[in-house]
Design a binder for this molecule. Structure first.
Ligand code: ZN
Length: 134
């Protein structure tokens, strides 16, 4: 695979509204979108910086993946998302190379993106998301 750029960096937060205030001050710009992604049991807030975004993620359920992450590791960087072209075929290619996937098929993400996660074991401990405009 050959990603075109880093689409976003996902940061797990406990309280979305508080985190938005922190990041609006930190980055000197307003959050431009807040969106709930039921598939991942999260509410997300996005900040734009050229081609790359910062995605704040707060859990909407006690058993959601972000709630579990914060329970284990506290708030912090949760994943890096690379933009790719032809996500389904990229997943086939990675699978054929023996790279461990969490999602074998794309699923719906925020902003109408199609996304898939690789296992952190496949990328030196960093949860890696691949995404493509839907
Ligand atoms: Zn993401």
């Amino acid at each position: 695979m050959k990603p075109t750029h880093i689409d976003h960096i996902g940061i797990a937060v406990k309280n979305l509204e508080e985190a938005i205030t922190v990041y609006e001050r930190l980055l000197g710009r307003s959050c431009y979108a807040i969106e709930e992604v039921p598939d991942q049991k999260v509410r997300t807030a996005f900040f734009n910086m050229a081609e790359t975004k910062i995605e704040l993620l707060a859990s909407t359920a006690a058993d959601g993946p972000i709630a579990k992450f914060i329970e284990k590791r506290g708030e912090g960087i949760h994943h890096i998302a690379y933009a790719v072209e032809g996500l389904p075929s990229v997943l086939r290619e990675l699978e054929s190379e023996g790279i461990e996937l969490i999602d074998r098929e794309p699923r719906p993400g925020a902003e109408g993106m199609r996304i898939a996660f690789l296992h952190p074991r496949a990328s030196c401990g960093v949860l890696t998301e691949l995404c493509e405009k839907g």
